[in-house]
Design a protein around this ligand. Structure first.
Ligand code: SF4
Length: 309
């Protein structure tokens, strides 16, 4: 059960911006559950061979370093486990077990740290980075974080110190922005600090009803992100997560908005609009209105037909 948590930065922001409140403050809509909703739509539990590690794609693994975040997003697709801080604590022993698993799988060359928010636990992050970056097979490090948005003051020297451990591999910061109002002066400062120690910063966004289901809002968001040196990377269709279905935007509406974004934005500013396939078998790009296609279903990476409605 996802706990309620708001940082002091977001408390200030939610007073001015209802679109921010909607993302972080629980609503009664969370009790409405349909049959298609799932606690774990991406099947991560099934792909977890050792505690804290998800191995779904051949050449990369996900490390869920903590279940803690500075604030909890109500639409989180890990709401089944995020905020369960005690259960989610990763120890030095867990990290050793994960590294041993990776060593036995030489095909793995990339580690993606996620959670929860790995930047909220800089000590554990530093230990994990020291271990994983010392494996010669690891060529790429990615870290996912929403901390610059949810509590930018927590991008401290301790966090930057932890990130400086990555020397041999490129370090990609995968940030998470939903609305242009999140790009506050404090957030811009935090992003700049992260950019001083990382190779590149990108951003992922999720279509959210009542937050960013608007062509103008997303145009502004992606334009502003590029201006602060953050490349918009993915725009996801919201997952049918139990308790978060009220955020799902009608599919045709999303396609219409994504099409207009391609017309209005430069290639640098427009993210790839994808469906993270329920069951966790790949991120499938959606055909936009430039093509006359039947979008009632698509074929996933394993050749299975998936209905969109
Ligand atoms: S910051 Fe990320 S992991 Fe944490 S609640 Fe939000 S979406 Fe979930």
């Amino acid at each position: 059960m996802l706990q309620n948590k708001l940082s002091s930065h977001l408390s200030l922001l939610t007073k001015k911006e209802p679109v921010i409140s909607r993302q972080f403050i629980p609503s009664e809509c969370e009790n409405i559950v349909t049959q298609s909703a799932s606690e774990d739509p991406l099947n991560e539990e099934m792909y977890s061979p050792v505690r804290g590690l998800v191995h779904k794609y051949e050449n990369r693994v996900l490390v869920l370093l903590t279940m803690n975040c500075a604030a909890y997003c109500r639409f989180c697709d890990r709401r089944r486990s995020v905020s369960e801080i005690k259960k989610g604590i990763i120890t030095a022993k867990d990290i050793d077990v994960m590294c041993a698993y990776v060593t036995k799988h030489p095909e793995i060359h990339e580690v993606i740290f996620s959670g929860g928010d790995p930047l909220t636990v800089p000590e554990i992050l530093k230990q994990a980075l020291q271990k994983f970056t010392s494996l010669s097979q690891i060529k790429i490090i990615r870290i996912g974080s929403r901390l610059p948005v949810s509590n930018p003051l927590r991008i401290t020297s301790q966090v930057l110190d932890a990130l400086r451990v990555v020397k041999k591999q490129p370090l990609y910061m995968m940030l998470h922005f939903e609305h242009p109002a999140e790009i506050t002066p404090e957030t811009v400062k935090a992003v700049k600090k992260l950019q001083s120690v990382s190779t590149m910063s990108l951003s992922q966004s999720v279509f959210l009803k009542g937050v960013n289901d608007s062509e103008d809002i997303l145009c502004e968001l992606f334009t502003r992100l590029v201006e602060i040196g953050v490349k918009p990377y993915y725009l996801f269709r919201c997952e049918p997560v139990r308790g978060a279905e009220h955020f799902i935007v009608p599919f045709d509406r999303e396609v219409e908005i994504a099409t207009r974004l391609h017309e209005r934005l430069s290639g640098l500013s427009v993210p790839s609009y994808v469906i993270d396939v329920p069951g966790g078998v790949g991120k499938v790009p959606v055909a936009l209105n430039f093509w006359k296609v039947n979008r009632s279903s698509f074929t996933d990476f394993q050749g299975k037909k998936v209905k969109t409605a």
